[in-house]
Design a protein around this ligand. Sequence first.
Ligand SMILES: CC(C)(COP(=O)(O)OP(=O)(O)OC[C@H]1O[C@@H](n2cnc3c(N)ncnc32)[C@H](O)[C@@H]1OP(=O)(O)O)[C@@H](O)C(=O)NCCC(=O)NCCS
Length: 345
Amino acid sequence: MSKKEYTVGFEIIGTGKAVPPKRVTNDELAKTLDTNDEWIRSHTGIGARHIADDHIACSDLAVEAARNALSWAIERQACAEKTIEELALTVDMVIVGSSTTDYFCCPATACIVQNAIGAKNAGAMDVVNACSSFIYGLETGAGLLSVSNDRRRALVIGAEVLSRFVDWTDRGTCVLFGDGAGAVLLEKTNSPRGISRTILGADGSGAGDLIMKQGGSRYPFKKGDTVVTPPHMEMNGRAVYNFAVGAVTETITTLLKAENLAIEDVALIVPHQANARIVQAAAKRLNVPEGRFFLNIEEYANTSSASIPIALDELNRSGALRTGDLILCVAFGAGLTYGGSLIRW
Ligand SMILES: CC(C)(COP(=O)(O)OP(=O)(O)OC[C@H]1O[C@@H](n2cnc3c(N)ncnc32)[C@H](O)[C@@H]1OP(=O)(O)O)[C@@H](O)C(=O)NCCC(=O)NCCS
């Protein structure tokens, strides 16, 4: 859908984030793993990651991020409501993007969040699509608002506790991931601000390149099974890397072309934070200075579906985003999937 065909906008009126307090540096990992700070930094750009203590689950981070997003909207007087409780009652949909949900099959983590924040009038659902979940969730949120006059606000959250689903003896994967959550409050408005176009895509032929095999209906746990290694992510790093560079490059090119824009029209590109080298390679292909891409991977590592909303919240709160700025968010991940959104701030 092009901008001109929109009769309503979908504006982000609040952002929030939550990361667990425990911060683990590369040097700390190197105490128990055959790795080192130099390798991790030079191959990924990662310097540290935040890791959830055992009592923290996905919904705990999601709830904190959601409350922060609601509170930002109130502080900035982006809504008439004066308290988080009042504003939560006006939310029509709670969407949690995650691949590390509280429970294996059901209930949806969004239901836990909906109850915890008191969004009693909201529907709730999860979008389980790995690192692309937030962009898929954003489009789902905008779509659900657009098809009903009864819905005005959607809370879209990306939240992960990936540290619980990596093999901590596999240096090729465990160093890459971290825990965290980010949230945005989306409102249907008549303003030209907000999401102007989103594209979503997938290439299921790469499903095996980033996969958590155990526990699903393909490889179910059976009575008497002994857990040798807890369920964890397996990855063909090189294949994912190549896919990611192509996905970032093509998503940006396609979005700009569809909106008849040049890269110079975009104030900032907010990519999924998986590996700084992926961003550098994409920037080179696009002939765009690396500085046009926002990176905070050094502090958080790859927080999957949380990485883009965490980045948006940091940018928003630091004042780096000015009203009217055009930003481009681009994600990719297991599936393999990808997606991008052009947003007028
Ligand atoms: C994972 C990734 C960083 C690996 O980088 P790479 O340059 O392809 O490295 P390789 O896997 O070829 O490994 C090169 C060497 O480094 C070693 N190595 C791997 N991880 C290491 C670590 N944490 N510390 C030290 N050495 C490591 C390997 O064992 C290998 O050693 P060898 O040459 O003696 O066999 C890179 O493939 C990547 O970023 N892929 C995309 C991953 C991703 O973003 N996934 C999430 C998508 S949402």
